[in-house]
Design a protein around this ligand. Structure first.
Ligand code: SF4
Length: 421
């Protein structure tokens, strides 16, 4: 537990951050457009594929089973990944994971990354830079966030708060020439810049949306095509994912892909990659040789970092059903006012338990818990029907017991948010 003065600083910084964000009319405008478009697209996707709702119910059962049998699934995935000549590592803590990654990179290496919230638990980018690596986020939103030295404001659309004028400024600086706020042109410039980096990179690091234990296969859903390049071009591909991404079978993983995509507002995502081992060929005399056109080395790191503790508790366990589809944020009462400032790295109501266990501890989770109105709108719109208000209530109780919600700060928070807490 941190010192009282440090805790108060965390609260006051959070309050200031919320207050500043709630007065930002560009942020409000950007968010209101995004919310409207998200709701419209998801309605269309669910109207076209109405059976998705039933699939989501089935997926909730699959997730519950998987968490209750997680050790079994870990060892099944490990056996298969190793059998297929990949490497597997179960990291208990972020430091364990970073030590493992540290052995795979060298100073001067270019590392390309596709979107991974789990990598934030490791504070991966600054730590790779300390090791002498040059790190490039390749998802366009993440690229903007990295250049701005800011934090993601949505789990799926990290740069949701960056208007085109700001994007033009950032990209102009990155490419070294003045660019107008023309979106297709800006996208083209980032494409040119990163294309070279994909080919120069020694290491590609990705996350995973779901992992099928029976085959050890990792699934990545994306639209930009950057994850395909990150996982396909460098010599080494490293996957970093939480243990909650495991499901028993390939079919279960496909269900997770379908449900996640629909609730993330896509009729069909542009790409779904399924990766099970390093690239290989048996085309000469049927002799299997690793490292054909894709990576020679393939490493899967599964991270515990508090997840097993969450699994033990039936209320907190639910938070690990989360698909990171982002639907709850667009339907939240607070998020459209302040974006990802309602959170730490993991945001929104679902961010409260994830912050508590995976990233910032109770002292960072408590202010977020007290900002949540516990209105339950997120539960209605969540494909996994995660009971966020119940989870938040439990964390408020924990915080109160630990004495980390001083009355004075609670009043300040209420005044600033206009919410009775
Ligand atoms: S809590 Fe539910 S709606 Fe929110 S991101 Fe997770 S699965 Fe999606």
């Amino acid at each position: 537990m941190v010192e009282k003065s440090e805790m108060e600083k965390i609260y006051m910084d959070y309050l200031r951050q919320l207050s500043k964000a709630s007065a930002d009319r560009f942020l409000r405008l950007a968010l209101s457009r995004a919310v409207e478009s998200y709701r419209r697209n998801t309605e269309t996707a669910l109207r076209l594929f109405p059976y998705t709702v039933e699939l989501a119910e089935k997926l909730r059962e699959i997730k519950e089973y998987s968490l209750l049998h997680v050790d079994e699934l870990i060892s099944q995935a490990r056996d298969m990944i190793e059998d297929l000549k990949g490497h597997f590592y179960l990291a208990k803590t972020p430091d364990d994971a970073m030590d493992y990654i540290g052995d795979l990179v060298k100073p001067g290496d270019i590392v390309v990354k596709s979107k991974s919230l789990t990598s934030e638990e490791l504070h991966m980018n600054p730590r790779l830079e300390e090791m002498g690596c040059e790190v490039y986020e390749t998802d366009l939103g993440e690229f903007l966030i990295q250049q701005l030295k800011s934090k993601p404001m949505h789990i799926l659309s990290p740069a949701i708060h960056v208007p085109r004028e700001k994007a033009a400024e950032v990209i102009s600086k990155a490419v070294g020439k003045e660019l107008p706020p023309d979106i297709p042109l800006l996208v083209g410039e980032v494409r040119k810049l990163l294309r070279g980096k994909f080919f120069e990179a020694k290491v590609g690091i990705s996350g995973a949306n779901v992992i099928a234990a029976e085959t050890g296969s990792v699934f990545i859903i994306e639209n930009e095509g950057n994850a395909r390049l990150v996982t396909g071009l460098p010599e080494k591909h490293i996957v970093i994912a939480g243990i909650e991404k495991l499901v028993p079978s390939l079919l279960d993983a496909m269900i997770a892909v379908e449900v996640t995509s629909r609730y993330a507002n896509y009729k069909a995502p542009a790409y779904v990659s399924m990766i099970s081992c390093p690239s290989k060929t048996g085309d000469i005399e049927k002799q299997t040789t690793y490292g054909a056109h894709g990576p020679k080395e393939y490493h899967v790191i599964l991270l515990d970092n508090g997840r097993k503790e969450m699994i033990k508790d039936p209320i907190y366990r639910q938070a690990l059903y989360c698909l990171r589809c982002g639907g709850c944020m667009y339907n939240c009462t607070i998020y459209p006012l302040v974006a990802g400032n309602f959170g730490y790295i993991y945001m929104g109501g679902i961010g409260v338990p994830l912050t508590r266990f995976l990233l910032g501890g109770l002292e960072r989770a408590a202010p977020i818990a007290y900002t949540c109105t516990m209105c339950g709108r997120c539960v209605e719109h969540c494909p996994m029907k995660i009971d966020v208000p119940k989870i938040v209530q439990k964390i408020r109780e924990e915080a109160a017991k630990a004495g980390i919600m001083p009355e004075r700060l609670r009043e300040n928070l209420g005044e600033i948010t206009g919410v009775k807490i």
